[in-house]
Design a protein around this ligand. Sequence first.
Ligand SMILES: Nc1nc2c(ncn2[C@@H]2O[C@H](COP(=O)(O)OP(=O)(O)OP(=O)(O)O)[C@@H](O)[C@H]2O)c(=O)[nH]1
Ligand SMILES: [Mg+2]
Length: 242
Amino acid sequence: MAGLVAADIEIADWLRRNFSHKCIILAVNKCESPRKGQMQALEFWSLGFTPLPISAITGTGTGELLDMVCSELKKFEGLEGLDDVEEDENRVPAISIVGRPNVGKSSILNALVGEDRTIVSPVSGTTRDAIDTELTTVDGQKYKLIDTAGIRRRAAVASAGSTTETLSVKRAFSAIRRSDVVALVIEAMACVSEQDYKIAERIEKEGKACVIVVNKWDTIPNKNNESTTHYEQDDYFCCFFG
Ligand SMILES: Nc1nc2c(ncn2[C@@H]2O[C@H](COP(=O)(O)OP(=O)(O)OP(=O)(O)O)[C@@H](O)[C@H]2O)c(=O)[nH]1
Ligand SMILES: [Mg+2]
């Protein structure tokens, strides 16, 4: 057991900052001896979580760890017993397409499904609701694609005072929550904006995998083979990816 190190403190801080609404279990590994293990785990109390001494090699404490995980899982709504945790083979992975208004979210969905399922228009704010579309790939794998309304800055939404827009944004956030992967669309020629960061933060907070899609690539003038690398190495963009 290496004891408490700086990285543990950093990770614990990060978990507290970003996942305070989630259940966090602190397992202290390599505590082989049941009695001495309790002592070894003591210093981890300073992280602000209850340490559970375990040993992956001997199995000490792993039963308690499993019980804790299961009892937390049971608290979820609709989860009455562990049988329900079994992977639902019919579950279709969901991918939501999110971003600021007019970046081309609906166009991307239509391009992926190969037909005009959602309305595309140069008018910002065309999509007003989260729209689910099922896509079946050539190998038969099904996916649920969710087109969402453009998410403007909170202040802009508030000052517009539109209930419809407020609901649209809520539905976009709920689409993020029910997705397995989120495609965050940004516009190639527009700088990465504060709002793009905010949306990316939201996706991270929800703990979802994120793919950043740079759309309207055709609008970049004088492209060559290195354009993508230049784009990725741009300071502003690097921060975004970082
Ligand atoms: N040049 C160019 N224009 C695009 C591209 N993708 C979309 N557009 C145009 O951008 C405009 C907005 O496209 P939409 O797909 O409606 O954008 P959206 O993000 O769904 O917009 P909202 O629903 O209003 O949030 C339309 O005029 C599209 O034709 C692209 O790759 N290149
Ligand atoms: Mg749209």
